[in-house]
Design a binder for this molecule. Structure first.
Ligand code: SAM
Length: 226
């Protein structure tokens, strides 16, 4: 992607704890079966064999939100991207335990897959607790930047929804500023309650629960693609 506005750098680790035997077999057996193909268009027909509505989660962490949504909407298709192996293993465990047949995964940079989705093909895009890149000189690495947002906007169908959650006050203000400057997204909040309270169908992840335990606030943003 020609994206002068965002430097693509992953934040933190992509490898963590050593996997247990059961987790290794998930990676060796289930992951290849569910992985987004390495080439070609990434659309409903290619992934699921029909024209179901498509959802895309950027940086799904341990996959709790992805699995919850996929379970809630079994006739929809879900694509999740996450470079962190231990997170991918977590998602594979949820997919196995909940017998989900409507999820495809990419272990790596979400933007690499998003680029291959046809324009207007997505109904929902989720970005929950994106890495903060707290230093001002790293601001260009934040996922909320016009480069990635142009891509998200292009891939969402008109009327589609972009959901963003954050527990970082700097990121919250940054996101409001960047999103506020865009004409292609309409903020769906009508009052403060709408972004201070978790909307229905939006489960709490372990990451979010930990943030709250540590005394941090969480903000929930819903934008409609105009
Ligand atoms: C703070 S964690 C939040 C995880 C999860 N969304 C949640 O709410 O529990 C941010 C996640 O984004 C992932 N991430 C960062 N850059 C990414 C990228 N370019 N593509 C996909 N995932 C990315 C990280 O590996 C990490 O798991």
């Amino acid at each position: 992607m020609a994206d002068p506005l965002t430097i693509r750098r992953l934040y933190g680790r992509s490898k963590g704890h050593k996997l247990r035997a059961g987790q290794e077999s998930l990676v060796e057996e289930l992951l290849p079966a569910l992985s987004v193909p390495e080439q070609g268009a990434v659309d409903s027909r290619t992934l699921f064999g029909d024209d179901r509505p498509l959802h895309f989660e950027i940086g799904f962490g341990a996959g709790e939100h992805l699995a919850f949504r996929a379970d809630l909407l079994p006739d929809h298709g879900f694509i999740g991207a996450e470079p962190f192996l231990n997170g991918v293993v977590g998602a594979l465990g949820h997919i196995r335990d909940r017998h989900l047949a409507n999820v495809r995964l990419h272990m790596g940079d979400a933007l690499d897959v998003l680029e291959r989705v046809p324009d207007g093909a997505l109904r929902f895009v989720y970005l929950l607790h994106p890495d903060p890149w707290p230093k001002a000189r790293h601001a260009k690495r934040r996922m909320i930047n016009n480069g990635p947002l142009d891509l998200i906007a292009a891939k969402l169908a008109p009327g589609g929804e972009f959901r963003l959650g954050t527990d970082d006050p700097v990121y919250c203000r940054w996101a409001m500023m960047v999103m506020g400057g865009r004409r292609d997204f309409e903020w769906l909040a009508e009052s403060a309650k709408d972004f201070l309270t978790r909307p229905g169908g939006w489960p709490e992840t372990r990451y979010e629960a930990k943030a709250r335990r540590q005394g941090r606030e969480v903000w929930y943003f819903r934008y409609r693609r105009v």
